[in-house]
Ligand binder design. Structure first.
Ligand code: ACO
Length: 432
């Protein structure tokens, strides 16, 4: 089997027969061979483990160029958005497709304020998790349960979507903060209408009856930046999960709950937690960088350098660069000194000069420095992936919406190549 591209079509030869397949070109000149008719025409499917070569959809939300390290949302470069916007402005951009004008922004802000509380009955749910329940498990359950409080989403998803999107973006931060408070055994702190989105979240996390919390603008700015940088990343594992579950007609809340579970994995969003654990381990092991670099390179050892490498980026992750700078600024502004930052810098330098990492194009990704910012903000390690989910939520919503609105959307249902036993006669129990 071989194939070659010719102009706007690809010519595929299968066992002597030639087929023409259309080539799809994206706005940034990315090209894909449309194999939609392949099975019907040839009787063949394609095999692409881990979807390394497969575009699962066309999308106008996020553009990513992995070889040049470019990332943009709706055509706006991530660097400019991170510098000039607040998170909810970017959330609006992702969900609605354009930057909000002042009236749209104000309306969105008011909606987020209005929806900030969760139903009081839901608060009892928190009491029934075991004391050390992983926050991602709680978050996923709570978000899924919103579908039972707002069933209209299942009945008429597109008509109620804008309200559901604002409701979810607002409530998820209340749920996240309550998860933390419950895990600490502290009284819940309710949302306040006088605080902005990020300030409100920090206050719900850290305010205590005996120690009132002061929301610092530097902390709010750093959190806004982090959430913006995490807000979408095209068809990654969790987003593909949201779309796949949504393709079966599942409501927004439950589709996103599935995405939260996918994000939890240490190869995906869970890496930010794994990075800090790794840096702490290296620190406790007398800063023995060499040992951990060698472990990461040893194929018989499952250890990997967390926060390094990416399926799509084969150069610096543009988000990583911004986060590294933000991290330096925040630690200075808050006058925090964190030995893990020095370890991260040293580890990065060693890895970037090591043949193994150079040959495989392994660079720091978004997770490498984000944990150090979360630590400076006072967020505990087991809440890091929850923070990622807070940031990724608008992207998941936008992707879910795009799929629901696409008249050509179909239920996601990949094929397989069966490699099990060929057909064989049944053996009765007495003869086995
Ligand atoms: N440490 C050591 N070796 C690595 C690492 C790493 N972090 N990442 C990749 N490699 C090696 C692989 O062993 C493989 O080597 P080989 O060619 O000799 O077999 C080669 O680099 C290619 O790696 P793959 O696993 O094939 O790349 P893939 O695209 O499937 O995986 C992934 C990408 C999962 C991100 C991987 O780089 C990884 O596990 N990184 C660590 C976890 C991490 O930081 N995840 C967060 C990613 S960003 C996000 O999801 C938000």
């Amino acid at each position: 089997m071989n194939n070659e591209k010719s102009g706007s079509e690809a010519i595929l030869t299968v066992e002597g027969k030639t087929y023409s397949l259309p080539v799809v070109t994206g706005t940034e000149n990315d090209k894909a061979i449309d194999i939609g008719t392949l099975l019907q025409k040839t009787g063949y499917t394609t095999l692409d483990t881990g979807y390394k070569n497969t575009a699962s959809c066309t999308s106008d939300i996020t553009f990513l160029n992995g070889s040049e390290g470019i990332l943009s949302y709706r055509g706006y470069g991530i660097e400019e958005l991170a510098e000039k916007c607040v998170f909810i402005e970017v959330a609006y951009l992702l969900v609605h497709g354009h930057l909000p004008n002042p009236a749209e922004y104000e309306n969105f802000r008011q909606l987020l304020k209005r929806f900030a509380l969760i139903h009081e009955d839901m608060i009892h749910f928190f009491d029934h998790f075991p004391p050390n329940a992983p926050p991602m498990a709680i978050l996923s359950v709570m978000v899924n349960s919103l579908s039972s409080y707002y069933p209209e989403m299942s009945l008429d998803p597109l008509k109620t979507l804008d309200t559901a999107a604002a409701r979810l973006i607002s409530k998820i931060r209340t749920i996240a903060a309550f998860t933390y408070k419950k895990s600490m055994g502290h009284p819940l702190v309710y949302p306040r209408s006088d605080l902005n989105y990020c300030g409100n979240f920090l206050n719900m996390m850290f305010d205590k009856p005996v120690y009132p919390y002061t929301v610092r603008p530097e902390a709010v700015a750093a959190l806004n930046k982090l959430l913006i940088l995490h807000a979408d990343h095209e068809q990654n594992c969790s987003t593909s999960t949201v779309r796949l579950v949504g393709s079966a007609g599942v409501n927004l809340y439950s589709s996103i709950s599935a995405g939260i579970n996918a994000l939890w994995g240490p190869l995906h969003g869970g890496a930010n937690e794994a990075v800090v654990t790794m840096l702490e381990t290296i620190h406790q092991d007398n800063d023995n960088f060499k040992k951990y670099i060698e472990k990461a390179k040893d194929k018989s050892d499952p250890f990997r350098l967390s926060g390094f490498g990416h399926r799509v980026y084969k150069t610096f992750d543009p988000r990583g660069k911004i986060i590294k700078e933000a991290c330096d600024d925040l630690l200075v502004a808050l006058n925090v000194s964190d030995p893990l930052l020095d370890i991260a810098r040293r580890l990065e330098e060693i890895a970037l000069n090591d043949e193994y990492f150079i040959e495989r194009n392994l660079f720091p990704n978004v997770d490498f420095y984000s944990g150090i910012i979360y630590r400076a903000l006072g967020i505990p390690t087991n809440m890091f992936t929850v923070m990622f989910a807070l940031g990724r939520l608008p992207g998941w919503i936008a992707q879910w919406k795009e799929q629901q609105e696409d008249p050509d959307s179909k239920i996601g249902r990949p094929r397989q190549v069966y490699i099990g036993e060929p057909s064989r006669p049944f053996v009765p129990m007495s003869k086995r």
